[in-house]
Design a binder for this molecule. Structure first.
Ligand code: ABU
Length: 378
């Protein structure tokens, strides 16, 4: 049975924050083309660059990441950073080779805290196979300091060619629309695959999005691991998101009873019941300030990075500086909003929530869904 831990303790996305890892753009490389990812320059036919990002791009992103770290520290949060890592090094295993790795800007994609347990995700892309390494020193520190800290590394998939469905990238839009309820993407169902950022924590209840980066075998592994530890794991789907990857630009819990939702990506019919029958309110985010075509050229994420906000507490939220319509909505919902510039981080795969990993928030595991009917695995 899990219990509160002095060092590692975080059960949801909103409790008062005490310790957090903020990513770093040091040594970042462009993500390579591989079966799980086909990066493209936005609104252009230009070839996607390869190898290390420029010093200027890295400095600009690091300045904004440092700004986030400073803001968190001014709110009493202890901020930790990843260890330096050579992302330009190629990776070669018996099953695949890739010319370089990516970056440590988005710890959220790799690491997740479930109460007093740290889980390292399997990951789904070759360039991210070793992305846990910049966080290992920290994990050892937490694990050595407190015997109540649990540490789990999920099984590494082979990432061999047979794990992927490469034709996925060629499907025309009509075919994607036709097949939107199949939830079959660029990874198949043969191995356990998940990125940590496809999960969202609401106390006893964990949401997991089926996506391009998390398959049904991955969700099954998470259920088998988490249910005996007292969690209920719910699979969620957003059928109109044809390239889903990571839940935190789609369905963003802000405090008990309130979720920020993406108007372009409604939940699959029927999946809203769990929220509505437990008096949760789903509030649509406003249209982002940038259109998809206006996002930074090398950014592979959608305009909905606008929604990728970070909660310092149930009443305080950090939001990207230019997203005024969202800031206004959050203020109307009674949040204190802290706007900071973060646009230069976008080309590294995320915004404020993606670029962090919460290690310690106050609070314990609560049941926010008392009217839930849940059937655990047999
Ligand atoms: N890594 C989060 C990106 C999600 C999105 O593009 O909507």
């Amino acid at each position: 049975m899990q219990q509160n831990s002095v060092i590692v303790n975080s059960w949801n996305e909103w409790d008062p924050l005490r310790e957090m890892v903020v990513g770093s753009a040091d040594n970042a490389n462009f993500e390579p083309t591989e079966p799980g990812s086909k990066p493209a320059v936005r609104a252009s036919d230009e070839a996607f660059p390869t190898g290390p990002k420029s010093k200027e791009a890295i400095d600009l992103a690091n300045e904004e990441l440092q700004g986030l770290a400073d803001l968190l520290e001014s709110h009493g949060v202890t901020v930790r950073r990843p260890e330096p890592h050579d992302f330009s090094a190629p990776v070669r295993t018996p099953d695949f080779e890739v010319e370089n790795q990516y970056c440590a800007v988005c710890p959220r994609d790799v690491m997740i805290t479930m109460g007093n347990e740290i889980i390292e995700a399997t990951m789904s892309r070759r360039a991210r196979y070793f992305e846990y390494q910049p966080y290992r020193k920290l994990v050892y520190e937490y694990w050595n300091k407190d015997s109540r800290v649990e540490w789990t590394t999920a099984p590494k998939p082979s990432m061999a060619d047979g794990m992927y469905r490469e034709e996925f990238w060629e499907w025309p839009l009509e075919k994607r629309h036709e097949r939107m309820h199949d939830f079959e993407f660029c990874i198949n169902q043969d191995e356990v695959i998940f990125d940590a950022a496809d999960m969202s924590r609401l106390g006893r209840d964990i949401l997991v999005q089926e996506s391009m980066t998390t398959n049904r075998a991955g969700i099954h592994w998470l259920k088998r691991h988490l249910e005996p530890r007292g969690f209920r794991v719910h699979t969620v789907h957003f059928p109109l998101d044809f390239f889903p990857s990571h839940i935190d630009c789609t369905f963003v819990p802000l405090r008990p009873g309130l979720i920020l939702t993406n108007p372009d990506r409604p939940l699959r019919e029927g999946e809203e019941k769990m929220f509505l029958s437990n008096d949760w309110e789903l509030v649509d985010a406003p249209e982002p300030v940038l259109s998809n075509n206006e996002m930074p050229a090398y950014c592979q994420s959608s305009k909905w990075l606008s929604m990728n906000v970070l909660s310092i507490s149930p009443t305080k939220v950090i939001c990207e500086e230019q997203e005024k319509p969202l800031q206004d909505l959050l203020a109307k919902l009674d949040f204190e909003v802290y706007p900071i510039p973060f646009r230069h981080v976008f080309e590294y795969g995320g915004s404020l929530h993606c670029a962090t990993w919460d290690v310690h928030r106050e609070g314990t595991r609560e049941d926010y869904f008392p009217n839930l009917q849940y059937t655990p695995l047999p």
